[in-house]
Design a protein around this ligand. Structure first.
Ligand code: NAP
Length: 239
């Protein structure tokens, strides 16, 4: 079987790093995207120390030149891409979790730049490479926070737990719809497009307050979506 090649954005820590580690453990060549060279090289070393065939790729999803350079490098080195995990995400703005009525537009833009526009930029840049793979996979790392059903159901624990805020939940709802639209566009190709919810996971993202450990969600999901799948027609989008 041909060795698969996976690009994970935001792979220098948290869920992205763990996804890279587990894909590497399955023999997949791991391209660890990170916007900061020092953090990216440190992740590359840690992944290699764990036995993965890992390579740091400088990739700031909000920087068109960085995205383009990454696509050109992957094309020159490998000529194709089998798996793209759009994992990089943020909620880090000055007024994180502010009520919608108190949310500055600059904060909205900052979160959307990474969680929404960054996904479109990276996906579009990588699509020509994904089309060259036998059966490529795109996984968008979403969140239940982006579920309109959960956020509007008074009985939902998520609604009870999360205060009303505009930036992050709406960015993930937009990501869910983007997933469905890419899946629709690519439905007659061997490329499958999915979104995955890792669950509330202890990472820097939430000051390590999540219920799940850094390893559990990626391992659980790894069985379902990070594993290289056999060639099959059809695509799927969803939350
Ligand atoms: P994390 O530990 O804060 O990691 C976020 C990653 O995204 C870091 O590598 C960060 O890089 C990177 N990133 C941020 N902005 C970027 C940019 N402009 N370009 C490239 N990379 C960028 O968070 P996490 O918990 O692992 O989150 C990963 C994904 O899971 C996110 O999409 C998040 O929304 C989603 N998620 C998390 C949870 C949870 O409970 N943790 C729940 C549901 C969904 P730097 O180190 O350079 O900042």
């Amino acid at each position: 079987m041909t060795t698969k090649i996976a690009l994970i954005t935001g792979a220098n820590k948290g869920i992205g790093f763990e996804t890279a580690r587990q894909l590497g453990a399955q023999g997949v060549i791991v391209l660890a995207g990170a916007r900061d060279e020092e953090r990216g090289r440190a992740a590359e070393r840690a992944l290699r120390d764990g036995g993965a065939d890992a390579h740091f790729v400088q990739l700031d999803v909000t920087d068109d030149k960085s995205v383009q350079r990454a696509a050109e490098w992957i094309e020159a080195e490998y000529g194709r891409l089998d798996i793209l995990v759009n994992n990089a995400g943020t909620a880090s703005v000055a007024r994180r979790g502010a009520a919608p009525s108190q949310t500055p537009l600059d904060d909205m833009r900052a979160v959307y730049e990474v969680n929404v526009f960054g996904v479109v930029a990276v996906t579009n840049a990588m699509l020509p490479l994904l089309r060259r793979a036998a059966a490529a996979r795109i996984v968008n790392v979403s969140s239940e926070a982006g579920s309109i059903s959960s956020q509007s159901d008074p009985a939902s624990p998520l609604r009870q737990m999360m205060p009303a805020s505009a930036q992050y939940p709406s960015s993930k709802a937009a990501l869910n719809m983007l997933t469905a639209m890419y899946a629709k566009e690519l439905q007659d190709t061997p490329i499958k497009v999915n979104a995955a919810n890792p669950g509330y996971t202890a990472t820097d993202f939430n000051g390590h307050r999540g219920f799940r450990s850094g390893r559990r969600p990626a391992r659980w999901r790894g069985r379902r979506w990070a594993r290289p799948l056999p060639r099959r027609n059809g695509t799927r989008g969803g939350r």
